[in-house]
Design a protein around this ligand. Structure first.
Ligand code: COA
Ligand code: AMP
Length: 628
């Protein structure tokens, strides 16, 4: 048996022994005496009696081990024309000061701190400062609108919000403070304090009764830096909201112990990155990819992480990624396929690669959406090193399926993210929960317990956790993706089986967009589906039926609806297309046939359910959908 097969088998047959062994990858204040707590299925916990501190593991222990002078974080920001390198010692000092400041502002173990910041080192400091105090951070991506931010504030109930005055995009500065003020005017919950990082591109006006300046707070915290607070392995490290199928975002909880172990294990075994090596993830700290692989995993193993405030194109051009890789001698790189497609569109022959020395680069990893074979082939040809797809979700925190470059690299098969990662007992089930044969599509599920690092529950809502993920098939986690496994055990992920869509590698809920459309006074009913887009993977497209008595200018209405989604969900939803239609196709029980609409839009000829109320309605929409 090869090393992969042997490790995988052991992780599934003896999870207790396997994960106890991996627990040695982190420093514990109190070593766990057992790995799995299975006393309350289907809820499982890892390392129940261990205590540790995630920030200590990401920073202090490396300083103590002699890595203080090594660069921990390289900040490269073409949008502001600045760069900064922070050593492990320097970053530890700043984080301890910020944690001291947060403690002065009343933040204690278990309290929530919401972070609303762009890709600046202070965002990483804020996350780690929370971890240092045993507080729970919740980072909200900058591209969401105020009402989405408000929903997260009300769910997480933060004591303090740490925000920046603005984000800097390729061609514009986006002021965050007005968005934060608006969110706070919408939210029922109010934080005690907002700590504002003033960026010179757009300084914010502070409200003296509530806001404090980030640097002033840091100075005060530096006089009283905070030590690492021991927490239980099962205590929450963060809550990260992600789109579900309903309007209410799901607060994915990550614990401290299982997460630290899984992050450290994956960094070496999956990504083949080791202490002292340079690693770059081009994503955003607002997404799970940013949490796991810009911040926690590389720091937990003592590597150097690159934080890039820019885009693949337009900052200044499609050569930006190659410039960053060459300049910082990046050994492995991780981004979303959409970023590669953006570069391919601007620079199809890779001419902008010229002059950049990519000799340090060993591997490119892609995830976040399906990697189409064209993009895979193009990227492989350009970079000349293995381009490795892997599949995971906000819920899982790390890869479920991948090619374990550090353990035993396997042959790459275009179209497949390769094989189940040790710890993940992947099964394909039919609608009755029965395993299907090789090559047959079904629901991709994982047999419980999920490994360390995966979500133990949803924030404050065990019931929703169970009903959303664990109740479809007894003893399994339902991923929400469909696909199959081939004869060699390679998994093929074909797409979501629910109403979640993926726009530029960003996960969106069509239900949330429908909620905005439905609240317009002229709209009687609506449906939003994700349609294929050559660059962004998918984009949302809306269909609305008007109320009988309204008389509106269709162009005007379309503009209003597009503006409403931008205003209430955010620009990142990329909602630009809405059609007024006479009716929506439905079953006799009134369920809108979104799946059939989606399939027609994707050029397929779906089997229309026999329960359809009026097949003529779908036929009327067909040309419009085909045009999508
Ligand atoms: N703050 C505020 N606004 C943001 C934002 C942020 N952090 N991120 C994106 N937006 C805005 C953009 O400015 C744009 O606004 P516009 O409609 O006024 O132009 C809108 O949201 C859509 O953004 P995006 O889908 O990112 O489109 P883009 O054309 O700006 O860039 C890509 C396209 C492919 C270059 C970009 O999406 C990208 O780099 N994607 C990488 C994917 C990624 O990081 N995924 C995370 C998981 S791995
Ligand atoms: P997110 O929670 O934002 O990371 O999005 C997770 C979803 O993105 C998954 O459920 C998949 O639908 C999709 N996804 C992520 N990575 C891949 C991949 N490598 N191949 C196919 N789909 C992917």
């Amino acid at each position: 048996m090869g090393k992969y097969a042997e490790t995988f088998r052991r992780s599934i047959d003896d999870p207790e022994g396997f994960w106890m062994e991996q627990a040695a990858l982190v420093n514990w204040f109190r070593r766990p005496t057992r790995a799995l707590d299975d006393s309350n299925p289907p809820l499982y916990r890892w390392f129940p009696d261990g205590t540790l501190n995630t920030c200590f593991n990401a920073l202090d222990r490396h300083v103590a081990a002699g890595r203080g002078e090594q660069v921990a974080l390289i900040y490269d920001s073409p949008v502001t024309g600045s760069q900064q390198s922070l050593t492990y010692e320097g970053l530890t000092e700043r984080v301890a000061a910020l944690a001291g400041a947060l403690r002065q502002l009343g933040v204690a173990k278990g309290d929530r701190v919401l972070i609303y910041m762009p890709m600046v080192p202070e965002a990483v400091m804020a996350m780690l400062a929370c971890a240092r105090l045993g507080a729970v951070h919740s980072v909200v991506f900058g591209g969401f609108a105020a009402s989405e931010l408000a929903a997260r504030i009300d769910d997480a109930e933060p004591v303090v919000i740490v925000a920046a005055s603005c984000g800097v995009e390729a061609s514009k500065v986006i002021e965050y403070k007005p968005m934060l003020d608006k969110a706070l005017s919408l939210a029922s919950h109010q934080p005690r304090t907002c700590v504002m990082l003033q960026r010179p591109q757009a300084e914010a006006k502070l409200d003296e009764s509530r806001d404090v300046d980030f640097e002033l707070a840091m100075r005060s915290g530096a006089d009283d830096p905070a030590e690492c607070v021991p927490v239980l392995a099962t205590d929450p490290l963060y809550v990260l909201y992600t789109s579900g199928t309903t309007g209410k975002p799901k607060g994915i909880v990550r614990d401290n112990g299982g997460h630290a172990v899984a992050m450290a294990w994956s960094m070496t075994n999956l990504y083949d990155i080791h202490p002292g090596q340079v690693w770059w993830t081009a994503s955003d700290v607002g997404w799970v990819v940013g949490h796991s692989y810009i911040v926690y995993a590389p720091l937990l193993i003592g590597a150097t992480t690159v934080m890039y405030e820019g885009k693949p194109v337009g900052t200044p051009d499609a050569g930006a990624f190659w410039r960053v890789m060459a300049e910082h001698r990046v050994e492995a790189f991780f981004t979303a396929p959409t970023a590669m497609r953006a570069i391919k569109k601007e620079d199809p022959h890779g001419e902008l690669m010229a002059g950049h020395d990519l000799s340090a680069l060993r591997t490119v990893f892609l995830a976040g959406e399906r990697l189409d074979t064209d993009t895979y082939a193009w990227a492989t040809e350009q970079v000349g090193v293995p381009v490795v797809d892997h599949w995971w979700q906000t819920e899982t925190g790390w890869a479920i399926v991948g090619n374990l470059r550090g353990l035993e690299p396997m042959p790459l098969k275009p179209g497949s993210p390769s094989v189940p990662v040790p710890g993940w007992d992947v099964r394909i089930l039919d609608e009755h929960g029965q395993p299907v044969s090789a090559g047959t599509d079904g629901a991709i599920c994982v047999r419980l317990p999920l490994p360390p690092g995966a979500l133990p529950t949803l924030w404050g809502d065990d019931e929703r956790f169970v009903s959303s993920y664990l109740s479809a098939f007894d003893g399994y986690y339902l991923s929400g993706d469909g696909g199959h496994v081939d004869e060699d055990g390679y998994v093929y992920v074909m797409g979501r089986t629910d109403d979640v869509i993926n726009v530029s590698g960003h996960r969106m809920s069509t239900g949330v967009i429908e909620g905005v459309l439905a609240s317009h006074p002229a709209v009687a009913e609506c449906a939003v589906i994700g349609v294929s887009d050559p660059m962004k993977g998918q984009v949302p497209r809306g269909f609305v039926v008007l109320k009988a008595d309204v008389d509106v200018d269709p162009d005007e209405l379309t503009k209003e609806l597009v503006a409403a989604v931008r205003d209430e969900v955010g620009p990142v939803a990329v909602f630009r297309s809405v059609s007024i239609v006479p009716a929506l196709p439905k079953t006799r029980s009134g369920k809108i046939l979104r799946k059939s609409m989606r399939e027609i839009a994707d050029g397929k000829d779906p089997l229309v359910p026999s329960t359809i109320e009026d097949p003529g309605v779908l036929d009327t929409l067909r040309p419009m959908l085909r045009d999508s």
